[in-house]
Design a protein. Structure first.
Length: 291
């Protein structure tokens, strides 16, 4: 019976190339960081000799095998891009900036939004009942001269709406707050006027006069609160207007409020909660105005 020599039926790894070793077809060696496969039995023929060897895998450029990006990207927020010669690091821009292309043949840069209003923070809560909702942001008074806190569709299951400032990432619960204002509501047959006064050295801010956040099936409440110098080392002041539309209680109302917080640290956010009960729905946004 005839015998057929199939030769190697898989690659045979032989390690580093040795000039004195005899190699057969499908032997694989390494040399200079690259690997080569023998295509013709060979001994003493360098891997550069294409008669006996074919390149299987080539070493990286500049003597490296692949690229170690940890030596290029060093800080959280870094962006990797390629300039005219190789990979480069673009350090993180300032809060509110966007990544801007300058076209083919140019490097990307961080750019400022061309719009006057820029969204700095956002939270949209729905689908569960929670004790509090936070919104976080980073103010920059050198860029933004005015800020707005917009709260929409606040619904819950009873209690008055309260809020507190956050500094250093923490909600401030001390007796640093003062608030006051006035509002009017009616149900088509009766009109109510109410004021909030003498709320000084309190441990929270009252968002409105005495209105209650009713059920999750209600229309909800909305607030438009203005403030400035969010990152300055001075006491924080706010002025806001609001509206309420309670289907369950069958009335609509509106009013205004002034607020202050005796804290000179930069703002990092706000916390919303209720005097009793939980929040079922609340959408909030912080935007900065660029003159």
């Amino acid at each position: 019976m005839a015998t057929v020599n199939l030769g190697a039926i898989k690659f045979n790894w032989k390690g580093a190339y040795n000039n004195s070793t005899a190699y057969v077809v499908d032997d694989v060696v390494s040399s200079g960081g690259s690997s080569y496969v023998c295509i013709l039995a060979s001994q003493g023929n360098a891997v550069s000799n294409g008669t006996y060897w074919s390149l299987m895998a080539q070493a990286g450029t500049n003597g490296t095998n692949g690229t170690d990006l940890t030596s290029t990207l060093t800080t959280q927020g870094d962006i990797l891009y390629r300039d005219g010669s190789g990979l480069q690091r673009l350090a993180a821009g300032t809060s509110g900036q966007f990544l801007k292309t300058q076209g083919s043949g140019a490097n990307p840069v961080w750019g400022d939004s061309s719009g006057a209003w820029v969204k700095l923070g956002e939270v949209e809560h729905s689908g569960s009942s929670v004790a509090a909702v936070d919104i976080n942001f980073t103010p920059n008074d050198s860029v933004y001269k005015w800020y707005k806190l917009l709260i929409q569709d606040w619904r819950g299951n009873g209690g008055n709406p309260y809020w507190r400032i956050k500094t250093g990432g923490s909600t401030q619960t001390g007796s640093i707050y003062s608030s006051g204002g006035s509002g009017t509501a009616n149900n088509g047959s009766a009109i109510w006027h109410d004021q909030r006064r003498d709320d000084t050295s309190d441990n929270r801010l009252h968002l409105d006069q005495t209105w209650t956040v009713y059920t999750s099936a209600d229309y909800g409440q909305a607030y438009d609160i203005n403030f400035y110098k969010g990152s300055a080392t001075q006491k924080k002041q706010f002025f806001g207007t609001h509206q309420i539309i309670h289907n369950a209680a069958t009335y609509v109302g509106a009013g205004y409020m002034g607020y202050s917080a005796d804290n000179s640290s930069a703002l990092t956010g706000f916390t919303f909660y209720m005097s009793s009960g939980n929040i079922d729905n609340l959408n909030a946004y912080v935007i900065g105005f660029k003159p």
